[in-house]
Design a protein around this ligand. Structure first.
Ligand code: SAH
Length: 345
């Protein structure tokens, strides 16, 4: 595989262009073209420069090979191919205030959560920061309308564990929020983690106030360890301390994701445990109805049960909501589109 030009910061592109003996302003033309989601071959620069760049860099590091569009709410799901033939997936959800894109950070995942499709084949490889950015640039270009951005918000909730690919994810966050680039503010970006505690501390110190979202899913260490192997390494108590630190450093309220799994984590005592753990903390609980993954055999709950669980949390003094389910006609939980693609190819 060639290198990925979208991995580079603007200053690095400038140095590259100068090292080629080209004028400095060519760097701006090139960078602007990339930020508009163009392939190198489509950017308005000299044929010589293009040829030289294409010797080293991928023309189109991330390419949409399939799009599914929801007839109900316009949600789009994409299957992207990477230069080495791997595939990843992404989603664009349309809200009144803008479009939220869900991006992937790894091909596959090694965290092994029992309900998740992304982890079924293990981790294949990390994405580079440019491959994460190119997902945004491609989809942004598809939906950009004149001056308006096509993507206003980003959630790192596609396949992969973002904090297991820490350096590349942090570079991506810096590049996607850089002024002069696609310039999406960290405040409009949410990073979801299964709870890699030391990396939560590191992220707090990066000066990138992204919204921190932690997948909790159980209220005891034992229960959590049955569902999420990472819980054998870090306790809920350690996670809560790391979140507290994140809040102190960034001033950002944090969010816990809690996927409701029938018979596993949604009894009244689970709600009471959550209240005991989280009451008074600057956090929100986002309840997700389990997206059933055939290979996993776990069952979801009814809407009624999900809202009753939410109400118990609210009555107990927590801030909680049930995540709206978008694109239910093209559904498929995290990683399912890729899994079905791999099965059929
Ligand atoms: N690796 C990150 C991002 C995962 S995707 C993390 O663990 O947080 C975003 C959320 O969806 C996580 O909370 C994840 O646990 C949850 N999730 C994954 N598969 C799911 C499924 N089949 N149904 C419901 N939620 C799921």
């Amino acid at each position: 595989m060639k290198s990925i030009l979208q991995d580079l910061k603007f200053e690095e592109i400038e140095n590259l262009i100068l090292s080629y003996g080209e004028k400095k302003f060519r760097a701006k033309q090139l960078y602007d073209g990339l930020m508009k989601g163009k392939k190198i071959s489509e950017i308005n620069i000299s044929a010589d420069l293009k040829a030289r760049l294409l010797e080293t860099f991928e023309d189109e590091p991330v390419k949409i090979i399939k799009t599914l569009t929801s007839k109900l709410d316009g949600t789009e799901k994409y299957l992207f191919s990477l230069a080495d033939g791997n595939v990843i997936e992404g989603v664009l959800m349309k809200y009144k205030y803008g479009n939220t894109q869900c991006v992937s950070t790894q091909v596959g995942c090694r965290m092994g959560c029992k309900f998740c499709a992304s982890t079924l084949g293990g981790l294949v490889r990390n994405l580079t920061s440019g491959e994460i950015l190119a997902q945004v640039l491609t989809v942004n270009a598809l939906h950009a309308n004149g001056k308006q951005r096509g993507v206003t918000n980003i959630v790192l909730m596609g396949s992969g564990e973002p904090l297991d690919n820490y350096e590349n994810v942090v570079s991506f966050l810096k590049n996607v929020s850089a002024e002069g680039g696609v310039n999406i503010s960290p405040r409009n970006i949410s990073l979801s983690t299964c709870g890699l505690v030391p990396k939560i501390y590191a992220l707090a110190d990066e000066g990138l106030p992204v919204n921190l979202t932690v997948s909790l899913h159980q209220t005891t260490d034992g229960g959590r360890a049955r569902t999420m192997p990472i819980a054998k390494k870090y306790s809920i108590d350690e996670i809560l301390k790391a979140c507290e630190h994140y809040f102190e450093k960034t001033g950002r309220r944090y969010i816990f994701e809690y996927s409701l799994i029938a018979g596993e984590n949604c009894a009244n005592h689970d709600a009471q445990n959550l209240i005991r753990l989280l009451k008074g903390k600057p956090c929100h609980v986002n309840l997700i109805r389990l997206n059933e993954v055939e290979e996993r055999g776990l069952k979801s709950v009814s809407d009624k049960q999900a809202y009753a669980f939410m109400q118990t949390l609210i009555d107990g003094g927590l801030s909680a909501s049930v995540r709206r389910s978008l694109g239910s006609d093209i559904a498929g939980a995290c990683g399912q589109l890729r899994v079905s693609y791999l099965k059929n190819s």
